[in-house]
Design a protein around this ligand. Structure first.
Ligand code: GTP
Ligand code: IMP
Ligand code: MG
Length: 339
């Protein structure tokens, strides 16, 4: 098995951090590469600790894994240096020499833009402004920052060598299909494409090496910021269901709607999903809480998962049953998806 891409299918925050963390622990990939930008916040809960990550791959909890930031990604200098230090991953962390660097000036430019902040509901983390500079060919890249020198490498050639040697590499994409600049609910989208194909393009690898594409959905839909959300529930109703969440990066309450098959079906097709991961099913079926085996899931939860498979036309390989990454049902083997 070479490349395994983990990508979001709704509006981000589907629990990719949970799924990527679990997969890294279980399958011990040679390397893990993060694409996207530091507007995303992934949550990983493991061994009683909760990490909120914006740059370092969620699979860092797999101690032997080499960690990479893709060439086409955009990362805040402050955030990336802070995480390397806080997580103690120096020595196995690499950033591409051409990764785009977001500075405080980009953050300020975005935060003073009322269209972006009030209408679109941007996270205000400077990613769009840095993307503008990249397109205008004036963005400074990682190789221009002495602080990053110890971590700089050519990630494209390292990852190409790895997949050519048949080592397993996990790709952690960020945000979700419907926030894609091209395919999402424009203009209420982020400043990049968020598909599996875009993740590959950011790394600089072609599709031939890809073995598995797991599209992650939560058991219900959440969205932060402006834009349409079909079936959106009132705040009180969402509180009653136990579905209210707060943004990892901005702390804003997330808007909530029931699971949406139309949105999910399009994301499955556009990403050419080999399989689907469903997180937070413990929020639909409390008796599924932290169950780790398919046979031990309550019947109604199994039935719901099977109805998702029927309606999306793709197998559900992974099921999140609690916050901790170990609270996961993994059906990869029975589905023939194991490396
Ligand atoms: P982006 O990169 O921003 O799209 O984020 P993400 O997909 O990594 O998700 P994020 O961590 O922002 O939000 C998911 C939330 O759900 C976090 O608080 C997780 O701890 C939580 N979570 C993930 N999986 C499960 C699960 O199976 N059960 C429960 N109860 N919580 C979960
Ligand atoms: P920006 O990309 O930060 O400018 O934000 C544009 C839109 O994308 C806003 O609606 C944000 O809430 C949303 N967005 C950006 N990143 C994330 C994320 O990681 N999770 C969820 N929503 C996001
Ligand atoms: Mg998030």
């Amino acid at each position: 098995m070479a490349l395994h891409i983990i990508v979001g299918g709704f509006f981000g925050d589907e629990g990719k951090g949970h799924i990527a963390g679990f997969l890294a622990l279980r399958y011990r990939p040679w390397g893990i590469v993060r694409t996207g930008a530091t507007n995303a916040g992934h949550t990983v809960v493991y061994g009683g600790v909760k990490w909120k990550l914006r740059a370092v791959p969620s699979g860092f909890i797999s101690r032997g894994a080499r960690l990479f930031i893709a060439r086409g990604a955009l990362v805040s200098l402050r955030v990336v240096l802070g995480e390397i230090e806080a997580l103690g991953v120096g020595g196995r962390f690499w950033i591409d020499e051409a990764t785009g660097i977001v500075t405080e000036e980009h953050v300020e430019r975005e935060r003073s833009d009322s269209y972006l902040m009030a209408t679109i509901g941007s996270t205000g983390t400077g990613i769009g402004a840095a993307m503008v500079d990249r397109v205008m060919r004036r963005l400074r890249l990682a190789r221009e920052f002495p602080e990053l020198k110890p971590f700089i490498t050519d990630t494209q050639s390292k990852l190409l060598d790895a997949v050519e040697s048949n080592y397993t590499v996990h790709v952690e994409a960020s945000q979700g299909y419907w926030l894609s600049l091209y395919h999402g609910t424009y203009p209420f989208v982020t400043s990049r494409d968020t598909t599996a194909a875009a993740a590959l393009s950011e790394i600089g690898l072609g599709p031939r090496h890809v073995d598995r594409i797991t599209v992650v959905f939560k058991a219900y839909v959440t969205r932060v910021g402006g834009g349409p959300l079909p079936g959106e529930m009132g705040f009180d109703e969402a509180v009653k269901a136990g579905w209210v969440e707060y943004g990892t990066v901005t702390g804003r309450p997330r808007r909530v709607a029931p699971f949406n098959f139309e949105l999910a079906r399009r994301a499955v097709m556009a990403n050419s999903a080999t399989d689907v991961a469903l997180t937070k099913i413990d929020k639909l079926f409390p008796s599924a809480s932290c169950v780790r085996e398919w046979s031990k899931l309550p019947g109604e939860a199994k039935k719901w998962v099977e109805s998702v498979e029927d309606r999306l036309g793709v197998a559900v390989s992974l099921i999140g049953t609690g916050e901790d990454v170990e609270c996961t049902v993994d059906r990869s083997r029975e589905l023939g998806l194991e490396p």
